[in-house]
Design a protein around this ligand. Sequence first.
Ligand SMILES: Cc1cc2nc3c(=O)[nH]c(=O)nc-3n(C[C@H](O)[C@H](O)[C@H](O)COP(=O)(O)OP(=O)(O)OC[C@H]3O[C@@H](n4cnc5c(N)ncnc54)[C@H](O)[C@@H]3O)c2cc1C
Length: 380
Amino acid sequence: MDFMLTDDQKMIRDTAKEFSDEVLAVEAAEYDEKDEPNLSAIKKLGELGYMGITIPEKYGGAGLDTISYALVMEQMARGCAATATTISIQLSLVAEGFIKYGSEEQRKKYLPKLATGEVIGAFAMTEPSAGSDVGSMTTSGVKKGDDYVINGTKTFITNGGFADLFLLFVSTDKEAGAKGLSCLIVEKDTPGFRLGKKEVKMGIRATDTRELIFEDCKVPKTNLLGEEGKGMSIGLGLLDGGRIGIAAQATGIAQRALEEATSYSKEREQFGRPICKFQAIQFMLADMAMRVDAARLLTLRSAWAKDAGKPFSLEAATAKLYASETANWVADKALQIHGGYGYMKEYVVERLFRDARITEIYEGTSEIQRLVISGQLLKD
Ligand SMILES: Cc1cc2nc3c(=O)[nH]c(=O)nc-3n(C[C@H](O)[C@H](O)[C@H](O)COP(=O)(O)OP(=O)(O)OC[C@H]3O[C@@H](n4cnc5c(N)ncnc54)[C@H](O)[C@@H]3O)c2cc1C
């Protein structure tokens, strides 16, 4: 048992913190207000190699481990949770999709460009009537000659408006239900594909969340990722890893809320003394710190299990569930410590409170994580 990070992991974490403090944190409120992704920061992240940290070196990435990825995600989310979401989709879902399931040709074609951020990816699974129940999706991919012809609509797709590449989940065999799903690679300019409405959201407003519409959209059969009919296990397998990223994101939001509340409590005076002198405030801070610590440890444990090649589905679900509930609880307490000021947009905790909420919803709701955990518990 060793709780120490390596020197390299510490350096990666500290460098990410510097970028996050100097760029993301400074610009987060502006992009939240504009309801637009911070594309210039995303470009810089690509240039600095963050979009490829877990992509193997032979495909142009840094080849770092999942622990380093979780450390980077936490730091980036401390600065701007929305921009961290873009990194997590790029790495945990899209790049990892090619690494785990792609052919050598597909890897060579897409991974180097994903690593530099020249290509931004999106992961398109959810449909208007198929959210938690992904197996009930109806977007179809029908084989015709050398192509799949796609028809249907995806909803709530992160990075949708500016992504160059989509991992799209479709039904290639309606009769087989969840066993008839497949994953197709769709490039943005493919005829028959267009963007639908842009969602206006409560939090992570600097992400672009879109509807995707496919009308007789043809992609060649060579755009199949992995095997036909294995879409469900590919999608759920990627989401297992994705949950480590979301747990780290939630930890980052919670850590920032704790920092903001701690410093505010030292500055704000009431009844002739800083509010941090009141035991009620001290106890809130102590409980917040305890939960952030536990969220981080669960997150790093799940990253460690993935790196060690062990099963990590249970660990990732546990980390995601705990860290996301922690982010919401801690952001709520941080806002309380700010009193009325915390309710105002001028203070960071107002945004953290809104941004925290999504972590309990995407990549499997808290109820779905509880199903994963109880399913393992009740097995046999
Ligand atoms: C901002 C944002 C970004 C997103 N980005 C992406 C993306 O990039 N790609 C993508 O594919 N999807 C994305 N999603 C979709 C997201 O993953 C889904 O919203 C989520 O999985 C829940 O699906 P749903 O919204 O249809 O809710 P539903 O599945 O309809 O759930 C409604 C409620 O019922 C509960 N529930 C459902 N089934 C059960 C059950 N069996 N037992 C107990 N409770 C249950 C849920 O937990 C929830 O509380 C995004 C969503 C949002 C809001």
